[in-house]
Structures are given as structure tokens and as C-alpha cells.
Design a protein. Structure first.
Length: 152
């Protein structure tokens, strides 16, 4: 599975919401498997659907990070509903911007909601590196890449 890189237009626009019925039907099972594999092959910790050319509000995260935090590794229609005022800076890279790394300011804790790969509603608090990964991938689905954040 090929990774879409900037300046491709799909990376700069908000992705389409996915219907819960389509998720529950298993319509995206193969795409999810392929995205997980592509993320591993390209040594990423997260991968959004628009990074593989799909206009869908969907991303996957590294299974080990998900397991360590007791959360799923697949998210549809994610939304960050609250950001903590506590922030930190950490260098981030992006599979869609090969070779580019920059310090990015992110909230240390967030409230997050989404649907899992079965279409079940999720709502939880994320902190630390998990919060950072969820913010990075949610940004992708909103048409924001780290080069945009680096300007802030």
C-alpha cells in the first residue's frame, strides 16, 4: 500500500465521516488490515486513511501503543472534545512528509471520542504519547499536517 505524500490535495482537506452501518457491516475490514500492514512496513506509529489516498475519517495506531493503554487500534470519525492546558513539545515526523522532523506543541491530555472497528462508540481520556498520536492522526483527518503545526 502506497503512502500519499504532500502536496497531494487529499492531505489538505477534511475527510468524509463514515456511516456506522458501513463499519458494522465489515466494509472496511480489508482496508484496516492493509493500513496496519502499511504502517508497520513504513515504521509508523499511526496511519490515517487519507495518507493512503482514501477520503475517510479513519485511522489506525500501533497495536503495542494501543495495548499498553488499554484502547483499540482503529478509530472511525474521531473527535477530540477537550484539550488540557498542560502542553509539551516533542519532535514528530510524518510518513506523508518523508525526512521532515520538527518539534510540535501538543496537549498532554485530551478527551477523545470515536467509533471502533465494530462501530461501537468509544469515549476516553488519553495522556502522554497516546494523546500525541491521537492528536497527530486526528489532525490528518482534518487536513492538517505537522508542517502546518510547525508554524504555530
Amino acid at each position: 500500500m502506497e503512502i500519499t505524500t504532500i502536496p497531494h490535495r487529499i492531505l489538505a482537506k477534511k475527510t468524509q465521516i463514515v456511516a456506522a452501518e458501513a463499519i458494522k457491516s465489515g466494509e472496511y475490514t480489508d482496508l484496516i488490515l492493509n493500513m496496519r500492514q502499511a504502517m508497520k512496513e513504513h515504521v509508523g506509529v499511526g496511519l490515517a486513511a487519507n495518507q493512503v489516498g482514501k477520503d475517510l475519517a479513519l485511522f489506525v495506531i500501533d497495536a503495542a501503543i494501543a495495548q499498553q493503554n488499554g484502547v483499540p487500534d482503529v478509530y472511525f470519525n474521531p473527535e477530540i472534545t477537550e484539550y488540557s492546558s498542560e502542553i509539551d513539545y516533542l519532535e514528530e515526523g510524518c510518513l506523508s512528509i518523508p525526512g521532515f522532523y520538527t518539534e510540535i506543541k501538543r496537549s498532554r491530555k485530551i478527551m477523545f471520542k470515536a467509533l471502533d472497528d465494530k462501530g461501537k462508540k468509544l469515549k476516553f481520556k488519553a495522556k502522554g504519547f497516546l494523546a500525541r498520536v491521537l492528536q497527530h492522526e486526528t489532525d490528518h483527518l482534518n487536513g492538517v499536517v505537522i508542517k502546518d503545526r510547525a508554524k504555530q
